[in-house]
Design a protein around this ligand. Sequence first.
Ligand SMILES: O=C(O)CCC(=O)C(=O)O
Length: 274
Amino acid sequence: MRSVSSSNLHAQKIEAFQRDGFVVVPDLLTEVELQRFGKAVDESVAIRSRHDTRQLAEKSRYEQSFMQCQNLWEDCPGVRPLTFHPVVTETAARLLGVDAIRIWHDQALYKEPGGRETDPHQDQPYWPIAETDTITAWIPFEGSTLESGAMGYLPGSHQLGIRKFVNIFSGKPEDILSIDALRDCKPVYVEVPPGGVAFHHGLTFHLARPNRTNRTRRVHTAIYFRDGCVRGSERPHPSVDRAGIAMGEVIDSDVTPIAWPRAVADLPIPPTRE
Ligand SMILES: O=C(O)CCC(=O)C(=O)O
């Protein structure tokens, strides 16, 4: 099995992530893996969305940015080895500079042909995690291009001391990019080559371009946090509420198992609770 030491995680990548709050790491997944995991996520998205017959134009503004299917690792055995992929998870831990990480949740983010842009936001304010040792792995099965819905990041915005909840879920969100603290910080859009993974810090402001192609932009993401983080607010969230983790308690349950390090080929047993 490959490990990060034999992949492309040079010190410059770690420095870039810590400085900019995002980085693209090439060659983490093989062509065979992209085919296998892409098929597994496609099937899971099809099952989860089988009752939704709406056209794109009939969906909410938020849903026009992407189809979102969460916690696929739990009920889709074919997706589990991707969310807990040893090279992806080790890379995430090395970028964060921590010894062990847990899964917060995973999700497919499928931007349909004609899908609108993803509105700018930070992720961390959506999560009741006290510490900010959080990272998302954004894994496009066919790579991503400016035309297909590439991600854009505001470099260094994770270090500005901002922790702002932007409501992108209903109605038109506030224009967060025009606040004084961000006005001089322009998004950098990045294309990801097939097999590459884009990582961003939980405090990095980010957005994505519309999908101007006639193919769905197929992306799986996994959010990881440092082992030992505690619940920092009462904000409801299934990743802590399902396990009854109270304010101030360490976030440690079968809902958020260790993602790295794990023994070779050892995958976590998903929770049975709703
Ligand atoms: O894929 C997208 O369009 C947005 C992704 C995103 O916001 C995230 O992964 O936090």
